[in-house]
Design a protein around this ligand. Sequence first.
Ligand code: NDP
Length: 249
Amino acid sequence: MFDLTGKVAIVTGGNGGIGLGMARGLAAAGARVVVAARNTKKSAAAARALGSGALAIEVDVTDETSVNDLIRAAVAQCGRLDILVNNAGINIRKPPHVLSLGEWRQVIDTNLTSAYLCSHGAHAEMQRAGGGKIINIGSMMSIFGAAYAPAYAASKGGIVQFTKACAAAWAPDNIQVNAILPGWIDTDLTRHARDQVAGLHDSVLRRTPAARWGVSDDFRGIAVFLAGAASAFITGAAITVDGGYSILG
Ligand code: NDP
């Protein structure tokens, strides 16, 4: 059910934060993990720490050629592709009337178009492998809005609907596509948020029933579950991993 021995997984943004947490889970379950991000030094260190034959491949997920090169290189070096985690993401925190078109595009390209590019490129390889698993990373902003995150919220809402479309299209290929919606997790991304949004740290603690910020290792289990046989009949779902943040009105 939870054994990923012999499987190959690409994790975009797998060199830190939530991506590295998921990569740790996948590697511990036996998968060979490809850490795919821009910072090659950070990715190489992550791959070394993961062990289990993990390797690092440089990618800019906003660039179609770079994404296609990543998939080609991963299959050339590992022989197959079974699991894709679309995790790379950024935020630019400004209200809509201040956010420029360039900033809007940067966020949408990194968080949403990237998932299209990687999934589009991975599909044929997963068909060849007899099936596959795609895990897209949404957010609480797939559900809620925030005045300071118009492009981010649009990208994360889009991720959920894109997940459903791919799940429907690729179910006949035995490819399950699901989304994870993290709550507030302590990573580089939210360290910046806490600098920029006054009172955020305490308001998250107050609102989260689990009464703590999440940590990257909270994503090990869900990654293994959604990447393995245990979730064979689950597709198109958006699963919150949020310590209960989203259950309160
Ligand atoms: P981090 O900033 O720690 O990680 C972001 C990752 O994305 C890095 O590994 C970065 O690597 C990679 N990345 C960014 N841009 C690109 C790019 N153009 N090409 C390739 N890789 C890129 O943030 P988190 O771990 O917090 O975020 C991971 C995901 O989880 C994101 O999608 C985020 O929106 C989502 N999320 C996070 C939450 C949180 O509370 N932390 C809550 C909800 C969702 P590099 O710079 O080396 O390219």
